[in-house]
Design a protein around this ligand. Structure first.
Ligand code: NAP
Length: 247
């Protein structure tokens, strides 16, 4: 019960890694708030874990500010902020448009940064911020330039925030998944394409398979907890060995 009596906010908590983490936080006693854009999946997730559900697009700063205002009013403060919302997209450099770039960076970098900024006044001293990065930020995957740049940017932001927040004893860490079996790579794909992608990812992960959302959530929840009280500013790869065993 590492989160008994604590207020935990999961931005992007209605699917994949965020929902898996929300279930674990719930199991360990947290009072929860979840955000996401999809009202149906958000209502179902919030209902399942007994959370306050707030429809909020992290790509819009005003919506993050409004979400935090509601959290402040209804939960009173934040002990743990899990900034997990993110969008993906592949394109070769010659085909990248400003619209494509802005769509990914508005959420994964700018949106994540301003969500944290808007949450800070509510965060209790001694709390913890965990941000979902990606091993894409440090691996050379063709077509991944825009997403990789956004995730590298938020990793840099995390390191600096960790220093700025030292006086408040708020730790800031990043959890960086490798290929993980969530909706992010399945949306708009046929069953045949999904099977092909799973095979491809299994082939590039040293452990020989994709990760599960629960495996990434385990690491995020650990970093959020007091068990990680001496861990600050790290980027923890949860990737079946992709980074450390191949580079
Ligand atoms: N799966 C992987 O292989 C992998 C690898 C490396 C990193 N990651 C990162 O892991 C994180 C979670 O992704 P996932 O794999 O669990 O994918 P997912 O199943 O697609 O979940 C993404 C979550 O983020 C939310 N979200 C997306 N855009 C949002 C926005 N603008 N505002 C608020 N919420 C938003 C989604 O809810 P709505 O759709 O309702 O908005 C959903 O809850 C992301 O940051 C992703 O970049 C994933």
């Amino acid at each position: 019960m590492r989160f008994q009596g604590k207020c935990v906010v999961v931005l992007g908590g209605n699917a994949g890694i965020g929902l898996a983490a929300a279930r674990q936080f719930r199991d360990e006693g947290a009072k929860l708030a979840l955000t996401g854009r999809n009202p149906e999946t958000l209502a179902a997730a919030a209902d399942e874990v007994g959370a306050l559900g707030i429809v909020s697009d992290m790509g819009t700063i005003a919506q993050s500010a409004a979400a935090m205002a509601e959290i402040g009013e209804k939960l009173g403060g934040i002990d743990v902020l899990f900034v997990n919302a993110g969008v993906g997209g592949f394109a070769p450099v010659t085909e990248i448009t400003e619209h494509f770039w802005d769509g990914i960076h508005a959420v994964n970098l700018k949106g994540a940064f301003f969500a944290i900024q808007k949450a800070l006044p509510l965060m209790r001293d001694g709390g913890s911020i965990v941000i979902t990065g990606s091993i894409g930020s440090i691996t050379a995957v063709p077509g991944n330039a825009v997403y990789a740049a956004a995730k590298a940017g938020i990793r840099a932001v995390a390191r600096i925030l960790a220093t700025e927040l030292l006086p408040r004893r708020i730790r800031v860490n990043v959890v960086s998944p490798g290929p993980t079996d969530t909706e992010i790579f399945k949306r708009d794909a046929s069953a045949e394409e999904i099977a092909k992608l799973r095979g491809f990812f299994a082939g590039i992960v040293p452990i020989g398979r994709m990760g599960t959302p629960e495996e990434v959530a385990n690491a995020a929840v650990f970093l959020a907890s007091d068990q990680a009280s001496f861990i600050n500013g790290v980027d923890l790869y949860v990737d079946g060995g992709c980074v450390e065993l191949k580079s």
